[in-house]
Design a protein. Structure first.
Lengths: 596, 388
């Protein structure tokens, strides 16, 4: 088995991993950095982010506004000290992206332009048409080429972390092309593998988003935090779940039901006029909009499409030229996949799973409870999203905390004991043996595709937009059954190189464990908050018992243990979370109270 | 609402190096409905029929660039192509042309990535700013100069469409040249001179023979042929006017050729594979008739020198059926050559921006044709009036 020694190993080369790699390389050019990803960097799912990234720039905006939008948007489950650091550093990072060449959309005077986004009081979303994630990812990837200390391991699949002597000291990876194993000894490891949206059926997420990194850390005793909070994006393509960015509404698009009625006004987001108005109606937060869809569906006020029920996203008022300038990707997708020209016809949309708010529990410096192990991006729970993420905070998060993670991992690599444990080779050999045993097993009766489908269905049933105890319990039971059946999963492909059958089997193992953390965290949260809404007698937020983080602890073959962790509140006491006219009223009374 | 499913045959070129000596076609019959993409067809095969099939994919929305392959002989993204468009024929799927096949539909991308890394694909700021000084200013018009070239998703379809790359992997190729051009055209960048060394080099733009197919297959409207051909103009200008190379400019590395592992497919007969290539060969071969006609005129000159009877013989040969036939064929060839020249003209020139808007390719082509017809008529009239 090949052995590579490095200082900082980074798993995942999407936005967060690349930003961390650059930060580590800049912090100390003498450090060796290994950047591993199961795909080439520009294939990472950051590429599909459309709308934009937050950073306060307008004179009438302030860090306090961004802080308040984020904390109330997260239904007060955010780590407020971390949010303070976050909002204070977003703009600087957006400027940094500009200095690296990111083609931000501009105003006529040459300054960068910002657009409105859901749940945000003032326009602060930096954008590059509707391909913001694409441009940020390519800018970061291309910029990373400047740094000779970053050694990339493209198309390497990480199987396990090497943990000995109470600290993380590396990982075992598989070169996908050859099926050869490589043991990477590293003084610090950063996990930046993205979310886990593919454990659900209808999802905006690409095929690579299988929660690998979450499972890697979880198996070594690191808590997965707030996993019950899964974001349903309200405007996705029925069937495939492909995303129509929130920027459609930020630019002025509206949502109507089968009667052409702007139904959001019935769910505490109105009144509909004057339009557009921030933090109201179509620019409400994603959890509220997806919940409104659920109610409309129950009332029979949605339209039917061959791929299920839908409401209509109407962009006609924007005009063809504006759509072409600001939303070209959306327009192309609607025409290609649905045969609809959004300049003439409203687009049928419905909610689909979009984002995992929870993840590997880390502190504000991206450090996990396992020394030497850091996590950043969607796979991590650094504490800024709480119970519901606001659109355009995640791309900003990649940059702000990617930098933090890279610098912290570099610092740790310089200060930790320089020698690696002698046990690492044996640990690596064990992980290799387990991976090979899965592939070489004969006579398995369970098919990967079947298990994966059943997992996705039960997650959709139990952990959907609205949840009930019975359904969540049934999902927990079903996941335990699937994990048991996974022991007899069959890998038909026995070859070494490009064995995607084998890789999918390994991913399924990761997914089942992450799904279990989600379902059990959900079942244990007996209240409604943000994206976790219950309809079985726990319809209200319960700050007395549940203003706490859920921490899912791995217990091997058994179901996870769910314990509670405290939430840091600095300057925003939990209050009524309201949007539309009610929100404006609440804000006024808050400001009034502050002046008293 | 639920229409009965139709069945289609999907022929996939399989290759598993650990057991197959060379690629072979495998046929699967699958049910499909009207919104099934070719990627979903492959997923159906993997999930239901044969889990050993390997291919790259991720985003499903034509932005991650993973799923490029030859679909019915044309380089395309599987997620962006629909099964319905191939029915009722057999849907043929193969790995991307011109790259070594690692396995099934997976090609070795090493060479493309190596080339991409070699061109300084990042901003080398003309004016270094500190973060607290804020962003560089760049107007929407300045952004428009490179926006199209920054839209490349690195799907490598243009390399599979480029016969020059297929025959000579030293050629830097369309996609990477578009990226190079993207940074050269960026008003914030100051490393143009350094990158021009690569453009001018043997393996730079001059390997391109303006087949133009790369731009046809580009799923993102990047128009890499335009980037390559604008740089022919830039390179020629450098050659004749002397490059204004900055004294402290670091030399650029050579364009690497990194041959990844895998099965290399022969290039023989490449031009018969695809109507675009046939049209290209036809266009190039019409130049032969121009040469032949020049020889005919030369023969006339020679016969004039050797006396009246020889000249009259030449004239009568011109009037003979064979001579007339040659004229008709040569005229047709030259008309086609001229048309193809104007057709490709929009790709060979920098974007023409009038009142903030880019002039459409068709307008450029037809303006060229119009000017050619007008000047031909004018010349004809002058000669006619002189003769009479």
């Amino acid at each position: 088995m090949e052995i590579v020694e490095t200082d900082v190993a980074i798993v995942g080369a999407g936005g967060a991993g690349l930003r961390a790699a650059i930060a580590a390389a800049e912090a100390d050019p003498s450090l060796k950095i290994a950047l591993l990803s199961k795909v080439y960097p520009m294939r990472s799912h950051t590429v599909a982010a459309e709308g934009g990234a937050a950073g306060v720039v307008l004179p009438h905006d302030s860090l306090e506004h961004h802080f308040n939008d984020t904390v109330s948007g997260g239904d007060w489950l955010c780590e407020q000290d971390v949010v303070e650091y976050f909002v204070a550093n977003c703009t600087r990072e957006m400027v940094q992206m500009e200095h690296w060449g990111c083609p931000w959309s501009r105003k006529d005077d040459g300054h960068i332009n910002v657009r409105a986004f859901g749940g945000m009081k003032i326009e602060r979303t930096w954008f590059a048409a509707d391909q913001t994630g694409f441009h940020m990812l390519h800018t970061l990837f291309q910029t990373s080429i400047k740094y000779p200390s970053i050694e990339r391991f493209d198309e390497y699949f990480v199987l396990d972390l090497m943990v000995d002597d109470g600290r993380c000291q590396g990982l075992l990876a598989l070169q996908i092309r050859t099926g050869k194993f490589v043991l990477i000894k590293a003084r610090s490891v950063i996990i930046a593998t993205g979310g886990a949206g593919r454990v659900f059926r209808q999802s905006t997420n690409g095929g690579v988003v299988t929660g690998d990194g979450m499972a890697l850390a979880y198996r070594h005793g690191v808590a997965l935090r707030d996993m019950e909070f899964v974001q349903y994006h309200p405007t996705c393509m029925p069937g495939t779940g492909l995303l129509f960015t929130e920027a459609c509404r930020g630019e002025g698009g509206i949502l109507v039901n089968r009667d052409g009625y702007r139904f959001l006004q019935d769910y505490g987001l109105g009144p509909p006029d004057p339009w557009p108005r921030k933090k109201a109606m179509e620019l409400g937060p994603r959890d509220r909009l997806s919940q409104a869809f659920w109610h409309e569906e129950r009332k029979g006020r949605t339209i039917d499409t061959p791929q299920g029920t839908a409401v209509l996203l109407d962009l006609r008022a924007l005009g063809r030229a504006h759509i072409q300038e600001r939303l070209p990707l959306i327009s192309d997708m609607a025409q290609r996949f649905m045969g609809i020209d959004p300049a003439d016809t409203p687009i049928p949309v419905r909610p689909a799973v979009h984002y995992t708010m929870g993840g590997i529990g880390v502190d504000g410096l991206c450090a996990s409870s396992l020394p030497g192990l850091y996590a950043v991006g969607e796979c991590a729970s650094v504490g800024i999203h709480g119970a519901n993420r606001l659109g355009s905070n995640s791309l900003a998060e990649l940059c702000v905390f990617g930098k933090v993670a890279g610098e912290q991992a570099a610092r740790h690599a310089r200060t930790c004991p320089p020698a690696f444990s002698s046990a690492l080779e044996a640990l690596g050999a064990g992980a290799r043996r387990r991976a090979l045993a899965l592939r070489k097993r004969e006579g398995g009766s369970e098919r990967i595709a079947v298990l994966r489908r059943e997992m996705a269905l039960t997650m959709e049933r139990g952990c959907g937009i609205y949840r009930s105890g019975d359904e969540m319990a049934a999902t927990c039971e079903k996941l335990a059954e699937l994990r048991a059946r996974y022991h007899s999963v069959r890998v038909d492909d026995k070859s070494d190189g490009w064995n995607t059958d084998w890789l999918q089997a390994i991913e399924l193992g990761f997914q089942l464990e992450v799904a279990q953390a989600m379902a059990h965290s959900a079942l244990n949260r007996r209240e409604s908050r943000g994206a976790h809404q219950r309809i079985d007698g726990y319809a209200e937020r319960d700050d007395i018992n549940f203003l706490t983080h859920s921490l899912a602890m791995y217990r091997g073959e058994d179901e996870p243990e769910i314990v509670h962790g405290s939430v840091t509140i600095t300057k925003s006491k939990p209050a009524l979370r309201a949007y539309g006219a009610a929100g404006e009223h609440a804000e006024q009374s808050l400001t009034g109270a502050a002046h008293d | 609402m639920t229409e009965p499913l139709k069945l289609i045959q999907v022929e996939v070129l399989r290759y598993r190096p650990e057991q197959d000596e060379k690629p072979y076609p495998a046929t699967y019959t699958i049910p499909f409905n009207d919104d099934m993409s070719v990627l979903e067809a492959l997923q159906y095969i993997k999930e239901e029929l044969d889990s050993t099939l390997s291919y790259r994919w991720s985003c499903r929305m034509a932005i991650c660039g993973s799923c490029g392959m030859m679909i019915d002989g044309v380089p395309a993204l599987a997620c962006h192509s629909f099964v319905r468009d191939y029915y009722p024929r057999t849907l043929r799927v193969e790995a991307l042309d011109h790259f070594p096949v690692e396995r099934d539909l997976v090609v070795a991308a090493d060479d493309f990535i190596g080339k991409l890394e070699s061109i300084k694909p990042y901003l080398v700021a003309r004016e270094v700013r500190r973060l607290d000084q804020g962003e560089h200013l760049q107007t929407p018009v300045e952004r428009e100069h490179y926006a199209q070239f920054s839209a490349c998703i690195n799907c490598m379809l243009c390399y599979a469409a480029c016969p020059q790359y297929g025959m000579n992997h030293e050629f830097i190729g369309p996609g990477v040249m578009a990226l190079l051009h993207r940074y050269n055209e960026d008003s914030r960048d100051g490393a143009r001179e350094q990158r021009m060394e690569l453009v001018n080099a043997e393996e730079g733009v001059w390997n391109c023979t303006a087949v133009g197919y790369c731009s046809q297959v580009c799923p993102k409207g990047v128009d890499p042929a335009n980037a390559v051909n604008i740089n022919k103009i830039n390179s020629a200008r450098d050659f004749f006017l002397g490059s204004a190379r900055a004294p402290d400019a670091l030399p650029m590395p050579e364009v690497p050729v990194v041959n990844g592992p895998g099965y290399v497919r022969p290039m023989a007969g490449w031009w018969r594979k695809n109507p675009s290539f046939i049209r290209y060969m036809l266009r190039e071969s019409t130049a032969l008739l121009v040469a032949i006609y020049a020889l005919v005129l030369l023969a006339g000159l020679a016969s004039l020198a050797s006396g009246e009877s020889a000249y009259n013989g030449w004239l009568s040969w011109l009037a003979s059926p064979a001579g007339s036939a040659l004229h008709v064929v040569a005229l047709a060839a030259m008309l086609y050559h001229s048309w193809s020249w104007f057709e490709i003209m929009p790709k060979t020139m920098p974007p023409l921006i009038v009142r903030g808007k880019r002039v459409a390719a068709g307008v450029i082509t037809w303006s060229g044709v119009g000017a050619a017809v007008a000047s031909t008529l004018a010349l004809f009239l002058i000669v006619w009036s002189l003769a009479s």
